[in-house]
Design a protein around this ligand. Structure first.
Ligand SMILES: Nc1ncnc2c1ncn2[C@@H]1O[C@H](COP(=O)(O)OP(=O)(O)OP(=O)(O)O)[C@@H](O)[C@H]1O
Ligand SMILES: O=P(O)(O)OC[C@H]1O[C@](O)(CO)[C@@H](O)[C@@H]1O
Length: 300
């Protein structure tokens, strides 16, 4: 193992830069050269490679986003595009690819592995919805970011007795909503995995009033219902006036929480250790609180 290439793919996740630093740190100890392809899978196809060194990764270990940047690239689902990626990586003498990304990125990694190219995937998505792992880079930070904003909202909401419906991210997953809803003591949390009715939401607001709470808070995941639609539904079917708020990309923004930094560095180091032992075709995960790996074929 002499030369590896890394991508960050899907939505950026705080902790991706820490993973890049972890990879470079361990690779440097092992005399392995590291390159990054810019903007995810498209960077391989466009042969947009940049050298990654301690000098250009260490300063960003504590910074959110991804210095390699990321673009969603749906064409990568085509087999011919995947084949081209493998040919390009071979042409540039890369011995392995490390993919840092979410469940879509994991599918791309699994497909490349079918061409017998050595691949390791590192879980990174604020949604924490990758099969098999208890945690993914960015989740902890996103939950903290959303909780901090709602905490701010609570003081003004309490002063006016307002009702807020706050929409958090998660197109297919209620993981952020569930944690945030718990942390802020939401009157109801709505997630894509569970059906709900407007009547149930109104009942939760009735209960909140009955309990003399100073304000009411509903948390909804974007994939369940948008806060604008839910606001309309509540106002049409009750006497309540509702204030909607979409938290949006602020959840992915800013610097990684300590947990995501540490996990990022550890994932990066483990990826290089495994590649050095010729273990690839695998996806890293957190299981029982520890880092281990599943075969990438699980993600096809
Ligand atoms: N079925 C697939 N086969 C091959 N490549 C895929 C597949 N699905 C997604 N990809 C590649 O992975 C990239 C990232 O996937 P996607 O946009 O779903 O984000 P993600 O990795 O799930 O991250 P996030 O959870 O943050 O959205 C896509 O832009 C595409 O290049
Ligand atoms: O920034 P984009 O491409 O609009 O993606 C938004 C999506 O990405 C995620 O933040 C995951 O990274 C989802 O929660 C959200 O639905």
């Amino acid at each position: 193992m002499k030369k590896v290439v890394v991508i960050t793919s899907g939505g950026d996740a705080p902790g991706m830069n820490a993973a890049l630093y972890g990879i470079v740190k361990k690779a440097t100890e092992e005399n392995i050269e590291v390159y990054g392809a810019k903007c995810g899978y498209i960077g391989i196809i466009e042969e947009n490679f940049v050298p990654l060194t301690i000098e250009n990764t260490f300063p960003y270990l504590r910074q959110g986003g991804t210095i390699l940047e990321t673009i969603r690239f749906p064409a990568f689902q085509e087999k011919e595009v995947q084949r081209t990626a493998v040919e390009i990586m071979e042409k540039h003498d890369f011995d392995a690819l490390i993919v840092i990304g979410g469940d879509g990125s994991y599918k791309g990694a699994a497909k490349l592995s079918q061409f017998y190219f050595p691949v390791i995937a590192i879980p990174a998505t604020i949604d924490n919805d990758i099969f098999g792992t208890e945690n993914s880079l960015g989740f902890s930070t996103a939950v903290s970011n959303a909780t901090a904003v709602i905490d701010k909202l609570s003081t003004t909401a309490a002063s006016h007795g307002h009702i807020f419906v706050v929409e958090v991210m998660g197109r297919h997953s209620g993981n952020i909503a569930k944690k945030v809803g718990k942390a802020v003591g939401a009157d109801m949390t709505i997630i894509p995995e569970k059906e709900f009715t407007t009547e149930e939401v109104i009942e939760s607001l009735d209960l909140s009033k009955k309990q003399d709470k100073k304000y009411s808070m509903i948390v909804t995941a974007e994939g369940a219902i948008s806060c604008l639609e839910l606001t309309k539904n509540i106002e049409r079917n009750s006497k309540y006036k509702v204030h909607p708020l979409i938290l949006g990309h602020i959840q992915r923004g800013g610097d990684p929480a300590c947990e995501d930094r540490i996990l990022g560095i550890e994932f990066g180091e483990v990826a290089i250790k495994l590649l050095k032992k010729k273990k690839y075709g695998i996806a890293l995960r957190v299981y029982g609180g520890k880092i281990d790996a599943l075969p990438l074929s699980e993600y096809l």
